[in-house]
Design a protein around this ligand. Sequence first.
Ligand SMILES: [Zn+2]
Length: 300
Amino acid sequence: MIENNIDSAERRCPACDSARTAYVGQKNDFRMLSCQKCGTLYTSGLPAPESAEDYDGYYNSENLSVPDFINKRLDEIVAGFSAYRQNGRLLDIGFGAGTVLQAAARAGWTATGIEVSQTAVEYVRGLGFTVFCGELAEAKYPDGHFDVITASEVLEHVPEPDALLREMARVLRPGGLLWATTPNGKGLSSRLLGLRWSTVSPPEHLQLFSLKGLKTMLDAAGFRRVRIVTHGVNPFEILHTLRQRRSNGEVQECSDRVGSSYRLNEFLTESHSRKALKGIANGLLSVGHFGDSLKTWAEK
Ligand SMILES: [Zn+2]
């Protein structure tokens, strides 16, 4: 590992803006850097706009349908937002198959969302939701419009996550809640597998935050009462994996990985003792900050 100060052509840390970084290797033709201040793992450059990810190819009839246990889990997550309900408006960023929107609607929220994939937008409009196709800033929502914003597996994709968080803070009402998930760049898989971890996947993922980096970025964007926990098994990551690029010959590998994740999760939720075991395992992961996912609750 070579520590260096980056030259002007390279990105500063997308989480804490530090220029102190270490080169950790190449992945998919991208130079990967590790921030020496907060530990966030990120690409040294950004993909050219014309080669940016084609998110329309993300969705098809296969990955727009969702297993029952995920919907059940989403109902539990949405139930946790009830203390924040004042105007009843919830915004889901990067809604994909619309599973969060549907869970929110089941719980009586006025749910809307934004998404860059036209295919996903058409699918969700077909379900009766009014949604916006494009980036959050383009939607031009009024200040303080929403009680709750959800963003699962979004922050690792965008070129300027700090700017996205500031826009989220703007459209959230004072006292409102941001709930977000993103992969943990300092979790067990990252520590064990390094750049071989499948989640290190530029240009799809441009940064994998450390807990410290994510907290720094949320504080800087104006959020308070920030709580971040790490978690071992994350249904959103499974969902996300389902819609990974299918054109590059990795289809079989991805399907197998997703299939085994489902089997594992079904196995673990089959009986109470297994559920308890899973709870203990996740508890340990959380205490050690080694879980592969970062879950965030932050108030404006
Ligand atoms: Zn950093």
